[in-house]
Structure formats: C-alpha cells, structure tokens
Design a protein around this ligand. Sequence first.
Ligand code: EPU
Length: 348
Amino acid sequence: MKYSKQVSLQTHNSFSVHSLCPVMFFPENEEDLCQLTKVLPKSFYILGEGSNTLFVGGESPVIIKPNFRGIKITETLENYIVQVGCSENWHQLVCFCIERGINGLENLALIPGSVGAAPVQNIGAYGVELADFCTSVKWFDFATDKLQLINAEECKFAYRESIFKHSLKNTGIITEVELTFSKSWQPILTYPGLNKLPANVSTQEVMQKVIGLRTSKLPDPEHKPNAGSFFKNPVVDLNFFKLLSDKFGEMPHYPQKNGNIKLAAGWLIDQAGLKGIRQGGVGVHDKQALVLVNFESKKGQDIVNLAAYVQQKVFEKFNIKLRPEVRIVLSEGEVNFQTNDLITSGCS
Ligand code: EPU
C-alpha cells in the first residue's frame, strides 16, 4: 500500500491551514485495506478532499486518504444506477451524470469534496440532499476485514447526519456509493433563487442557475480558503420559534416534518452583527455569514477562536447554540466540537 510520511496538510484542506501529518496511507484496493487494519493506530482520520475538515494544532493524527476510482452505470426500465468510487470528485460526478442525460444531481452542483464524503454528512443544497438518491454504500469493515453493503435505511440519513458520524465512525471506510436516478425526472425548484425558473426548464439550466447562486454567495476556496457552511442550521421546537419571532419578527425558517423549525444560522450570525468581521487573519464572509474564511492565517486555532466568538454572540442574542458542520481534527483525532473548550485567545 502506498503511504507518505511527514506530509504537510496545507494543500489537503480547503481552509489551507498548516498541520503536519506523521503518516498518510493511500489504500486503493481491498488488499490494501486488509493491510491497513494491521497497522492502524488508536487515533486516525479518514480524509476525502479536505473541504469540510479543520485541522487544529501543529500535528494531525495518522490520515487515511482512500483512492478508489471509477464510475459504473447500469440501467433498468425505470432507473439509472450509478456506482461511484469514493475518491471521485463530487462536482465532476454531477457533470458526468448530467452530460449523459442522468438527471437529479443538478441542485447539488459545485459542492466541493469527494463522493465518499457525501454520505457521511448527507450533503445537501437547494432543496435536494444525497439521501434522495443514495441507495447503498459499500463499506470496508475494519473489524472483519470484509466489504459489505449498507443500505440507505441503515445509513440513517438526516440533515447533515448519518450513521457514519456516529456508531460507524472510525470502524471502517466507505469505498463506493450507489446512487439511483429515476428516468422520469422532475426538477426541484422550490428553493428561493430557483423558484422563478419555468416548469419546462432543462437540467443544464437548473445546474447553471445553481452554479450562479453558489458562486455569487460562497467564496471560492482557491482564493478565499473556507469550508462552506461552518455551522449547521439549528432546529428549534415550535414554542421556542414563536418566542423568537415575537421578539425578532420575520426570520427565514423551514418547518420540518416532525413539527420542529429549522432556522438559518447565516441569518442569525448576520443579525448578531458579525457579517464581514475579521480577526487574527480570519473572518466571517461578507456575502454569506455562515461561511468562515481564512484570509491569511496558518493556524486552525484562529478559525476555532472566531467560531467560538460567533457562537457566543449568537447565543447571547438568540439563546441558540450553533453546532459546527465542519469536522475539527486535533492530533489525537476528531473532537466533538464545543468551540468553548478550544478557545485560546479572546476576541473583541
Ligand atoms: N441569510 C442572511 N444573511 C446571511 C446568510 C443567509 O440573512 O449572511 C439568510 C438568507 O437570506 C436566507 C437564509 O438566511 O433567507 C438562508 O440562507 P441560504 O439560502 O444562503 O442558505 P443557508 O441555510 O445559509 C444552506 C446550506 C448550504 C447550501 C444552502 C442552499 C447548511 C448548513 N448550509 O445554507 O450548504 O448551499 O443552504 O441550499 O445547511 C454547506 O453545507 O457547506 C453549504 C454551503
């Protein structure tokens, strides 16, 4: 199996922060994975393209960066079934499908990252999420050294959640993702920005619109290093939502199937007066307050400090504790992020 020692992670994370990885393994087949289980240390982190990971501290744990490639399409009377290696790039997969007339992923265009990372946080945008298409995941289990299929129900997909963040965390690796697309495609145009498109719109047009919306609001990590939304949108119960709207008036909100209400974290941060603020070389994006940008810092800790400040200010104003979407990795592995535990300097 291929591996490298003492790898600088700066080009392996979209926040572009410095950290040194003692060993990075690059398994690319089942044999490599069996070999890997024999040498796995207690703490390690599985990395895709590093677009949702924040490394904090000078050293990272051992990293596994799988390299499973390939896209296979099969067809039934009603569906296209697409099996994709975990290391394929997500946006390239979206383009690949749409060029071949396989519709469905257009609302998920331009999401950074690898295909294997998509089920972990059940990526979603513009009214669509991975769970709408994912029918199974191929999983290599470290305990048995065997590949197995995990079906969609077992994946326990929820808003930016799955079993891979919980009971299956660090117990194996996703090597392939299976997506199923109905041949009778209907565009999903409910999200503001898409809802003015005509009903007979083409997939290409929807995709171009999504790309336009994303590029107008979200900073390009190549020029302004970031990891997309830093926090999840918080979900509150109806009573609390009523109290909030009595106090703060109209606010973006999305009723959930169970009666709870999802709020827009970007709006809360914006209303707390934090949009565009900068400190320690990092800042809150001036067009979408949910995104934290690394302008010129080398340290993940600077981003954590800013995140903690944002969390504190939003809590003071709205009594809501924002939870990060980005995964925080220290030398001892991923931490269950409570920004307050990680602050090393104050903010003003
Ligand atoms: N808003 C503000 N100020 C801001 C940002 C947002 O007032 O600075 C308001 C907007 O005007 C809108 C509402 O908040 O009324 C929601 O904003 P937006 O439509 O931009 O979406 P979001 O909830 O902030 C989520 C996802 C994004 C995804 C978009 C579009 C999460 C955590 N984020 O953002 O996903 O692209 O919806 O579907 O769910 C990501 O996960 O990295 C990501 C970018």
